[in-house]
Design a protein around this ligand. Structure first.
Ligand code: NDP
Ligand code: BG6
Length: 524
């Protein structure tokens, strides 16, 4: 696992040194030194370079990695898209997202000097051949590796991957293909895509991104669970009443509802990000930290999850807030890009059940939604009531909360005697707030870690095809039922906590909310 600060003395610079050292032990270092003769041994090719993801995520990430000297010496960057752009025009599109600080300008110029752009069609063999010829000019060395990033809509996935395979595979080193979701729309379309990719590339060449696997606290789940004696004996049905995994965003689809409407919140967030978190929370201890040992355990726990039933869900769709401002004045269906009368959910709660010895009877409640009251992603492990109570029902349930964002934190809500001359009790917390404990550490963005992992050849934080198959197996019958029956989502007001029926579903599933806990933030 790259990029982990293990204590407060572990500064950003030390963390960077560690990453560099791990890069050095990797095979790509065999080509170091190639830059001395002016040629470049790693080519990073972004397909869809003119698009939103590229300018907002991929180019900024490449720049940050380059700025921090984390990329192998002599990496160059190729952008490929249909738009006829110059590199300067591409740069102008990316500039607002690059966060260049004072003093970094010279380095930034250096980054763009290593960038090239090639305009071509996504189904034109000739254009791909020309791209290959361009890239080859930089590979006048014994070893050269290529990374292909597909920041593209699914409609061109097939042709682009076929053309990469037919015309652009480097012959002097490894080729790795990074793919963004959506990986299909249901079990059948996902299988079709997997079969298609499987014919072209080996599993070792494929890196399916779920960017939540690049987040600090998601990567921390392994350490929290298996690096501490204190949690493992209680991590089971005997002690845990319910697990809740939440994703909330305080904004709606903002004029991009046309794209969202095809997928809905279940495919957009729940089937991938939340289910990935669930599998890390619920899996058994892997035999080692080898990516395949971990992924084997993730698949195993997914196999124990029943398909979700409609009655175990709550679906919602946001409507305008009559007193709101800006985007809040617009409900989902008021977005002109959303088809009239759309029943696509923008909020979903689903209760999943894991049929194994550890988790039988423990509801895993997944909740996600857009246009809610706050931005938040967290895992909440709620323990059972204390048995044989001697405190007249006063103790509230313990909760272990792993806050993924914003403001990474891990806290345990617990009871304590109220301090002073009293025998009363109150709720308090054991609190590991990253902003306080790790002041010096700059946490890398999820994409930084993941792209670096691809350079290093580590597939630990990427989704394997059998994980994907299980994820779609769990959700496909539900998605088909929702769509065929046009199940009407419950309206909720923009900026609210979502439909009240979701609270009721949580209560029905043994999750207790007391409303009494008060947290006093410490100064970071
Ligand atoms: P709470 O007991 O306030 O909330 C617990 C859960 O109840 C949350 O999942 C919340 O989720 C849900 N909830 C809130 N309102 C209702 C409602 N009316 N009906 C049913 N469920 C409800 O405890 P928290 O753990 O959320 O802590 C309170 C605040 O303190 C949070 O902002 C938390 O981040 C902060 N805190 C931060 C720490 C840190 O950064 N280190 C440490 C401790 C606390 P939802 O609204 O999403 O449904
Ligand atoms: C993406 C979803 O996968 O994750 C978006 O498609 C969502 O709808 C985004 O906004 C959230 O990512 P993050 O890192 O901002 O929590």
């Amino acid at each position: 696992m790259t990029g982990h600060g293990s204590d407060s003395s572990n500064t950003t610079e030390e963390a960077l040194k560690l990453i560099r050292r791990s890069l050095k032990s990797n095979s790509m270092d065999r080509v170091e030194g190639a830059h001395f003769d002016g040629s470049y041994p790693h080519v990073f090719i972004t397909f869809g370079a003119s698009g939103d993801l590229a300018k907002k995520k991929i180019y900024p990430t490449l720049w940050w990695l380059f700025r921090d000297n984390l990329l192998p010496t002599g990496t160059i960057f190729y952008g490929y898209a249909r738009s006829k752009l110059t590199t300067a025009e591409l740069r102008a599109k990316c500039d607002p997202y690059m966060q260049v600080k004072s003093g970094e300008q010279a380095r930034y110029e250096e980054f763009w000097r290593l960038n090239y752009y090639f305009a071509g069609g996504y189904d034109s063999r000739r254009d791909f051949e020309l791209l290959n010829q361009e890239i080859k000019k930089f590979e006048n060395v014994p070893h050269a590796n290529r990374l292909f990033y597909l920041a593209l809509p699914p409609s061109v996935f097939d042709s682009v991957t076929e053309l990469i395979k037919a015309t652009c595979m480097g012959e002097k080193g490894w080729n790795r293909v990074i793919i963004e979701k959506p990986f299909g729309k249901d079990a059948d379309s996902s299988k079709k895509l997997s079969d298609h990719l499987g014919k072209l590339f080996s599993e070792e060449q494929l890196y399916r991104i779920d960017h939540y696997l690049g987040k600090e606290m998601v990567q921390n789940l392994m350490t929290i669970r298996f690096g501490n004696k204190i949690f493992s004996p209680t991590w089971n049905r005997e002690n845990i009443a319910a697990v809740m995994i939440t994703f909330k965003e305080p904004f709606g689809t903002g004029g991009r509802g046309g794209y969202f409407d095809e997928f809905g919140i279940i495919r957009d967030v729940m089937q991938n990000h939340l289910l990935q978190i669930l599998s890390l929370v619920a899996m058994e201890k892997p035999a080692s930290c080898h990516p395949d040992d971990i992924r084997n355990e993730k698949v195993k726990v997914l196999k124990s999850i029943d398909n979700i039933k409609l009655e175990d869900t709550v679906l919602g769709q946001y409507v305008a807030d009559p007193n709101g401002e800006g985007e809040a004045k617009m409900g989902y269906r008021d977005d002109p890009t959303v088809p009239a009368g759309s029943t696509t959910p923008t909020y979903a709660l689903a209760v999943l059940r894991i049929n194994n010895e550890r988790w039988d009877g423990v509801p895993f409640i997944l909740r996600c939604g857009k246009a809610l009251n706050e931005r938040k992603a967290e895992v909440r492990i709620q323990y059972h009531d204390v048995p044989g109570d001697i405190f007249e029902g006063k103790p509230k349930r313990n909760e272990l909360v792993i806050r993924v964002q914003p403001g990474e934190a891990l806290y345990v809500k617990m009871m304590t005697k109220s301090p002073g001359i009293t025998f009363d009790m109150e709720e308090t917390e054991l609190d590991l707030t990253y902003g306080c404990r790790y002041k010096e550490v700059k946490l890398p963005d999820a994409y930084e870690r993941l792209i670096l992992d691809v350079f290093c050849g580590s597939q630990m934080h990427f989704v394997r095809s059998d994980e994907l198959e299980e994820a779609w197996r769990i959700f496909t019958p539900l998605l088909h039922e929702i769509e065929s029956k046009q199940v009407p989502p419950i309206p909720y007001v923009y900026g609210s906590r979502g439909p009240k029926e979701a609270n009721e579903k949580c209560t029905e599933n043994n999750f207790k909310y007391y409303g009494s806990y008060k947290w006093k933030p410490k100064q970071p």
